[in-house]
Design a protein around this ligand. Structure first.
Ligand SMILES: [Zn+2]
Length: 278
């Protein structure tokens, strides 16, 4: 556990997996996963989405009397994180040793949906893309964006990051730019002020566009789906089954966007899924 940022009325901790846990003096905590009791008088826990790296301490806080809020459609994943890795593997069970550690963790019962949140100075904002119902929280002038925005350091380190719907992610990022906030807290990594934060948001949009273009180049005229994964896995150094499986959702998200734009077409030939340019 590391202390990341000391703001006016809030503190940010870098928890497990470098996740940002934001603790407000008012008793609100967003995405708790520090693994140590830094929470004192936490009354309200806000969870942004159903990935287990964002709520590891939530069950502990609930036992101490805090109320757990999560987006309605992320609730099944928060209560039963195994659903995430099943979904990632076509709902089949996946050998646990090849599950990304970000998805392994203890679930927590959700007391209320964050859509029904009524706390002065707190707004739940739908920011889908990273997951289908990812929600950010605007608390006074602090936007806890969580994984709706990725830190540039992470983009540079991994090349492709996790999201299921890049088109929606880009729309969410554009919304984020328009909202009035002074601090931007991504899911992992550094906290940004307004000036830096706007640059980071635009960088994320550019990265999504760049990866879509790259996938289109890999498709060329026609290519088997497996080859798109293997080309990108080699290029970005995704080694081993664990890393390779996590690459599937973002790449497939881009492929769906390209299909919906009418740029490419998905078809089957001799049992193999192909994409071709229309
Ligand atoms: Zn996540």
């Amino acid at each position: 556990m590391d202390f990341r940022y000391d703001g006016e009325g809030f503190k940010v901790y870098s928890g497990k997996f470098d996740v940002n846990t934001t603790v407000f003096d008012s008793g609100i905590v967003v995405d708790p996963n520090v693994g140590a009791d830094v929470y004192q008088k936490a009354k309200v826990v806000l969870i942004t989405h159903g990935h287990a790296d964002h709520f590891g301490d939530a069950a502990f806080l609930r036992n101490k009397g805090a109320k757990i809020f999560a987006p309605r459609h992320e609730m099944p994943f928060v209560e039963n994180p195994e659903l995430n890795w099943r979904g990632m593997y076509s709902w089949a069970r996946l050998p646990e040793k090849v599950v990304t550690p970000y998805f392994l963790g203890r679930g927590v019962k959700v007391d209320e949906f964050s859509e029904n949140l009524e706390i002065n100075g707190v707004k739940a904002l739908k920011m889908p893309g990273h997951t289908p119902n990812h929600t950010a929280y605007l608390i006074d002038s602090v936007l806890v964006a969580s994984d709706a925005v990725h830190s540039p350091d992470y983009w540079e380190k991994f090349g492709i990051l996790y999201y299921v719907d890049p088109n929606k992610m880009a729309i969410s990022l554009r919304e984020m730019e328009k909202i009035d906030w002074d601090y931007l807290i991504p899911g992992h990594g550094e906290v940004f002020d307004r000036k830096e934060g706007i640059k980071v948001i635009r960088y994320n949009i550019r990265m999504l566009e760049r990866i879509e273009k790259e996938i289109l180049e890999v498709i060329g005229e026609k290519v088997a789906e497996q080859e798109i994964f293997s080309t990108l896995a080699l290029k970005y150094g995704f080694k081993g089954a664990k890393a390779r499986i996590v690459l599937m959702p973002p790449v497939r998200g881009h492929l769906t966007d390209l299909c919906e734009k009418g740029v490419v077409e998905m078809y089957e030939e001799k049992g193999i899924i192909y994409f071709k340019v229309r």
